[in-house]
Design a protein around this ligand. Structure first.
Ligand code: NAD
Ligand code: USQ
Length: 394
């Protein structure tokens, strides 16, 4: 298949592109380098050094004998998006290209507006490009388990059958997410479902849990194929952060009571789930939803596992929760769709010590401890007006 990976320079987009290429598909990459720009803005860098996209693509050519096509531009530009889809003519588009940090979206008004404009407008442009160029292109869109929030009922895969006043219907599962970032994903899901209904597009929404890990079979082949490893308080996700904190002798930062429970998955399962979704497309007009995670953990459970693997001298700090979220709640989410299509999950117990801790130890000298403690509070609304640029200058 010809597969266009949007956000192909990112943490997940890059290893997914390599996995699809190694599986025999023709792969093109699209990126605006927005993510590298947030690093500059926040004064943060990946724990594991990463090279430029140009160098990565050349490294993959040398390692595999395969060329990846690259398109540099911003999906919020409708002309760029349309021309790219027309030029590459994909069978499937995998859409990772969004601002993906909840804390980043909650810094202030400018960052919330930027996040929703970037994500919602980019996705709308992708939908229009598909409808104009070739409505049979299968859209595989990365959504988030956080779209659902933490309801007091079981979470289904995207859809819910309800009976109300004696009548029954199948409706999109009601969403109650916890940040302007997560809300941008909800808005995307509604726009995509409508495009499937109105124009007959075929889409798969992958409501992915929190990803951990940094290596895949393909990125391991050479150091210049590495993907990024974020551990800072804005872009680092909880397990990756705690592993780096542990090897640096910093207390593990559990927010609130640590009862927040989340679905999680290994980065090797992310790339495999996307391959499976591409190779088993949705039908024309179908808005298909998979919950993409393999295991559930509470935040304090993660801290305990990291301490068990890294050593008893690791301290755990209960930090005032900077977010507005339930830190004790019911959680049970369905996630059978991808397993039924053949996913064989990796378990955290197999990865934590051998892979994650070893990587963190190897690169611990690159860590900046000033980036460990939370820096964004959900209730603070400073710098309410202005552009993201003026906030940076200030
Ligand atoms: P990332 O920030 O590392 O990668 C996203 C890439 O998209 C970056 O390279 C960025 O430059 C690019 N991009 C952003 N906006 C763009 C635009 N308008 N035009 C072109 N390129 C643009 O993020 P990631 O961790 O790889 O996540 C990828 C996707 O997966 C996101 O949509 C995210 O919401 C979703 N997801 C991630 C996780 C996780 O734990 N990392 C979990 C669930 C879902
Ligand atoms: N948390 C801590 N300590 C930390 C960091 C986080 O206790 O040092 C807690 C948070 O309060 C939250 C949970 O851990 O309750 C998860 O936080 P996170 O930063 O690991 O993940 P989240 O903000 O939900 O976002 C990440 C990705 C996002 C993706 C989402 C999947 O950044 O792109 O959509 O995971 S999900 O959580 O399923 O929505």
């Amino acid at each position: 298949m010809r597969i266009l990976v949007l956000g192909g320079d990112g943490y997940l987009g890059w290893p997914t592109a390599l996995h699809l290429s190694a599986s025999g598909h023709e792969v093109g990459l699209v990126d605006s380098f927005a993510r590298r720009g947030y690093d500059t803005e926040l004064g943060a860098t990946s724990l594991v050094p990463i090279v430029s996209l140009e160098e990565r693509v050349e490294a993959w050519r040398q390692a595999s004998g395969t060329r990846l096509a690259t398109y540099i531009g911003d999906l919020t530009d409708p002309v760029f998006t349309h021309r790219t889809v027309e030029a590459f003519r994909p069978d499937a588009i995998v859409h990772f290209a969004e601002q993906r940090s909840a804390p980043y979206s909650m810094i202030d008004q400018a960052h919330a507006v930027y996040t929703q404009m970037n994500n919602v407008v980019g996705t709308l442009n992708v939908l229009y490009a598909i409808a104009d160029v070739d409505p049979s292109i299968h859209l595989v869109k990365l959504g988030s388990m956080g779209e659902y929030g933490t309801p007091n009922i079981d979470i289904e895969e995207g859809w819910l059958e309800i009976t109300h006043n004696g009548r029954t219907d199948r409706v999109l599962y009601p969403k109650r997410p916890g940040s302007f970032y997560h809300l941008s994903k909800v808005h995307d899901s509604h726009n995509i479902e409508f495009a499937c209904r109105a124009w007959g597009l075929a889409a798969t929404d992958l409501n992915q849990g929190i990803v951990y890990g940094q290596e895949t079979e393909e990125t391991r082949r050479r150091p210049d194929l590495a993907t990024r490893f974020d551990y800072d308080a804005v872009f680092g996700t909880v397990l990756n952060r705690m592993v780096v904190q542990a090897v640096c002798g910093h207390p593990l930062t559990v927010y609130g009571s640590g009862g927040q429970t989340r679905g999680m998955l290994d980065i090797r399962d992310t790339v495999e789930c996307v391959r499976i979704a591409c190779e088993h497309p949705a039908r024309p007009g179908e808005f298909r939803v998979f919950n993409q995670f393999t295991e559930e953990f509470s935040v304090r459970g993660i801290a305990a596992l990291v301490r068990e693997a890294a050593g008893d001298d690791v301290a755990i700090a209960m930090v005032d929760n900077p977010r507005v979220e339930a830190d004790e709640h019911y959680y049970h989410a369905e996630h059978s769709g991808l397993v039924e299509l053949g996913l064989e999950p990796h378990l955290l117990s197999d990865t934590l010590f051998d892979s994650l801790l070893a990587i963190a130890r190897r690169h611990r000298d690159n860590a900046d401890p000033s980036l460990f403690d939370p820096s964004v509070r959900w209730r603070a609304t400073s710098s309410p007006v202005g552009s993201r640029q003026s906030v940076l200058v200030a």
